[in-house]
Design a protein around this ligand. Sequence first.
Ligand SMILES: NC(=O)c1ccc[n+]([C@@H]2O[C@H](COP(=O)([O-])OP(=O)(O)OC[C@H]3O[C@@H](n4cnc5c(N)ncnc54)[C@H](OP(=O)(O)O)[C@@H]3O)[C@@H](O)[C@H]2O)c1
Length: 313
Amino acid sequence: MDKNEKFPKIALGAWAWGNDGTFGRTLTADELRPVFDTAMKAGLNLWDTAFVYGMGTSEKILGGFLRTVPRDSYYISAKFTPQCADPKSENAVVEMFNTSAELLGTDYMDFYWIHNPVGAPKWIKELIPLAKSGKIGHIGLSNHNLAEIKEAAAILENEGLKISAIQNHYSILNRSSEDSGILDYCKENGITFFSYMVLEQGALSGKYSTSNPLPENSDRGRTYNPLLPQIEKIVAVMKEIAQKHGVSTAQIPIAWAIAKGTLPIIGVTKASQAEDAAKAAALELTADEIKAIEDAADRYKLNVIRGWEKEMK
Ligand SMILES: NC(=O)c1ccc[n+]([C@@H]2O[C@H](COP(=O)([O-])OP(=O)(O)OC[C@H]3O[C@@H](n4cnc5c(N)ncnc54)[C@H](OP(=O)(O)O)[C@@H]3O)[C@@H](O)[C@H]2O)c1
């Protein structure tokens, strides 16, 4: 990483800002502006998004906010999603990059990711001229397993480039990136591991329960509501730890992800959630607390794998 760059310990995710049926409700720019302002004030200035999050909606809302602050006051992390590529295009990566850049109001992405390995390694090859042109600060791979990461790393190395970041699902309910050696590979190779869905889209936040389930008309509701009886028991362990520290339950899984050496991307839809994320960055869990959380999760072996994901073997 460039020595002038000082990334926060936590990135914020804007998937829910571009409602596509995953979260169950539509958020307006007026509602989200205080979320953005609170986060920036708290020093959380690394924003993760993708064109596919509402087909430009998330990037458009975020870009509207970013245009009102200096370019050097934030970092942007956006993605090329193979499934959204125009099949007739000979330069799909450049096209999607340019579309996102226009929506976000920038010509430079601090992080630019290949969103998933569908069609790999074609896309990483297409990314090379873009990276060499200086428009990408850090190249990232998301949802790739270790073999796919190594394949891309070798291609980039031949061009004098490298993978800077990996972005995979990583939470107490899904530790397959740890079990499969991806976390160790990242540590050994100076790669930052961004953990996404640390809160399992709210199911681990302490906000949802069997008596207050996630929105039924959403993918997250359909995924987690049937699991809430077990999730509730895991959350109860985290709640107890949260009470001991005098913090909210949602801060516990975030602090856990940091303690495991990862950079969590937290989806925020309210100003209070941005505040919580900032506080979690300062929270230190003991080894016993980490073990208690993991033991609670291990009892139920939920291993949540979403529709776009695969087991990281
Ligand atoms: N590369 C990939 O394939 C991929 C996949 C998934 C996610 N991501 C990235 O990772 C980000 C995070 O994932 P995510 O947004 O899907 O899920 P998440 O971070 O696990 O959960 C976000 C949800 O948790 C709830 N929440 C957050 N902070 C809270 C707090 N302090 N107290 C109570 N509830 C809280 C909110 O629910 P309510 O809105 O209901 O309040 C929020 O929408 C995404 O936005 C995206 O940028 C990447």
